[in-house]
Design a protein around this ligand. Structure first.
Ligand SMILES: [Cu+2]
Ligand SMILES: [Zn+2]
Length: 168
């Protein structure tokens, strides 16, 4: 995993937050960097040790408590607008809903996603500081309420202000 971290910082050298992703054994399997933009929060993720050649769900959950092995302590999807789950749901979607991503045959993944409903600024109803990022064992079907049929939780990370380059 460390081998890919080198790339990361080229794009997001000035990030506002970060999250260390741990698996059910409590081992670090990835990292996310978060950057406030005029349009939401840009999230960069890299992870390893995931199911190989898979499409997996990725969400923001409502509590910042990642207790292995099942991460139920993180609660449900972040949902300050009281919507239903999923981009394909006419009553959707949760602020914490984000697109699926793909792993390679070694179970690694790297991707960016822009979440336009949330912020890293404190004291806003849609602030994600102190919440958690979650990866699931299956893909999100983008419609089944409340969690997209994504199966159990396999990696979780607390979203915190970046110590190195945090602003505001
Ligand atoms: Cu989730
Ligand atoms: Zn959701």
């Amino acid at each position: 995993m460390l081998e890919f971290i080198v790339f990361t910082f080229l794009l997001l050298t000035d990030y506002d937050g970060e999250a260390e992703l741990i698996n059910k054994d409590g081992n670090v399997v990835g990292k996310a960097l978060l950057k406030e933009t005029p349009h939401g929060v840009l999230i960069y993720v890299e992870a390893t040790g995931l199911p190989p050649s898979s499409e997996l769900a990725f969400h923001i959950h409502e509590k910042g408590l990642c207790e292995p092995p099942d991460f139920q302590t993180a609660g449900g999807h972040f949902n300050p607008e009281k919507k239903k789950h999923g981009f394909l749901n006419k009553d959707g979607y949760h602020a914490g809903d984000m697109p699926n991503f793909f792993t390679d045959k070694e179970g690694r993944a790297r991707f960016h996603v822009l979440n336009t409903k949330v912020t890293m600024k404190e004291a806003r109803p849609n602030s994600i500081l102190g919440l958690s990022l979650m990866i699931h064992v299956h893909r999100d079907d983008y419609v089944t309420d409340p969690a997209g049929g994504a199966g159990h939780r396999i990696a979780c990370g607390l979203i915190k202000r970046s110590e190195k380059k945090g602003k505001q």
